[in-house]
Design a protein around this ligand. Structure first.
Ligand code: CP
Length: 338
């Protein structure tokens, strides 16, 4: 694609200013009322999945359809092959193609590339660099949208910000509890990282509950702490479920991996198995300030959260999932409209 002023990538939500985020969410509110628009007619977004997805895949596909454009989906392993990411690699291993070349070629076919990169899971020091998504962004000549890397999930955070604002109005001074819950399958840290980041940018007070060994990434924590200090809000970490939920306006649950056991699935599983009682139920929510319940999904019922909470009138999980569609449409218009 050769249109002027492309690309502006979205790797994390900080790639958008608060003013731009406000504009995107205003547009999303309007699209929620009037969903159809032909503004992206004849434009195509390539969706590249190196890991599975339900919400992200379908909401982006429907988003482009409702905006008059198209998507092309490619899934690693079934539709194409492993791609090399290392700069200057001598490519005598399994991947027959470099991201550099794939990004350059695909940029000549489509108007944006949305990528859910693989997360090899061997070393957090390596995975936290998000090399794959940054390499796509470096060599694509169209906007690259991160559909959830090791560190960030900006599309989820955008929908979460929209849902929080719909429910609570101005977020400044409101209290958000981000609570680790048990699950047999470790999930990524991209969701709590992105949520924490957007919450402190919106001046929320944040309480993070997790067992020992399940700390968030230190780089993300230090960035959040710095922003919280600038914005006059407070973040506390390492709390019990009860401490975090006490007085909360929103309880957001997620099961995430232990970084201190990253790359060692046996140790990680053994560590998380000690905390099977870390779950959101009515008893816990009763400690809050009439809190709404949020979760990015997929969700393991009666492991992470009880049916009573998930199906109760405080649950916003389907609203969050729906808002993925409206907010992504507004984002696509922001990135691609001319
Ligand atoms: N929340 C989320 O990103 O869902 P998927 O993994 O199904 O896309």
């Amino acid at each position: 694609m050769t249109r002027a002023s492309l690309p502006a990538h979205l790797i994390r939500l900080r790639d958008l200013s608060v003013q731009d985020l406000d504009l995107v969410l205003e547009r999303a509110r309007s699209l929620k009322q009037n969903p159809m628009s032909g503004e992206l007619a004849a434009l195509t977004v390539g969706l590249l999945f190196f890991r599975g997805s339900l919400r992200t895949r379908i909401s982006l596909e429907v988003a482009m359809h409702q905006l008059g454009g198209d998507t092309i989906e490619l899934t690693a392993s079934s539709d194409f092959w492993d791609l090399e990411v290392r700069q200057g690699a001598v490519m005598d291993g399994r991947p027959p193609e470099h991201i550099r070349d794939a990004a350059a070629v695909l940029s000549r076919y489509v108007d944006a590339l949305a990528v859910r990169p693989s997360t090899p899971g061997r070393s957090w020091e390596l995975d936290r660099r998000d090399d794959e998504i940054h390499t796509w962004a470096k060599y694509a000549t169209v906007p690259v949208i991160n559909m959830e890397s090791a560190l960030w999930h900006p599309l989820q955070a955008l929908a979460d910000r929209s849902t929080l604002r719909e429910e609570l109005g101005d977020l400044a001074g409101k209290r958000l509890a981000i609570v680790w819950v048990h699950s047999p399958e470790p999930a990524s840290l991209a969701v709590p990282h992105s949520l924490l980041d957007i919450a402190v940018r919106d001046r929320m007070d944040v309480r993070v509950a997790h067992p020992p060994g399940f700390e968030l990434d230190p780089g993300v924590v230090s960035m959040a702490d710095e922003t919280a200090k600038e914005n006059g809000c407070e973040v506390r970490y390492g709390l019990s479920l009860e401490e975090a939920v006490d007085g909360a306006h929103v309880v957001y649950a997620r099961s995430w991996q232990s970084l201190s056991a990253y790359g060692n699935p046996t140790l990680e599983a053994s560590r998380r198995s000690r905390y099977t009682d870390w779950k959101v139920d009515d008893r816990l929510l009763d400690l809050s300030a009439d809190a709404r319940f949020m979760h990015a999904m997929p969700i393991r019922r009666n492991i992470e959260v009880t049916d009573d909470v998930l199906d109760g009138d405080k649950s916003l999980v389907y609203e969050q999932a729906e808002n993925r569609l409206h907010t992504q449409k507004a984002l696509l218009l922001h990135l691609l409209s001319r």
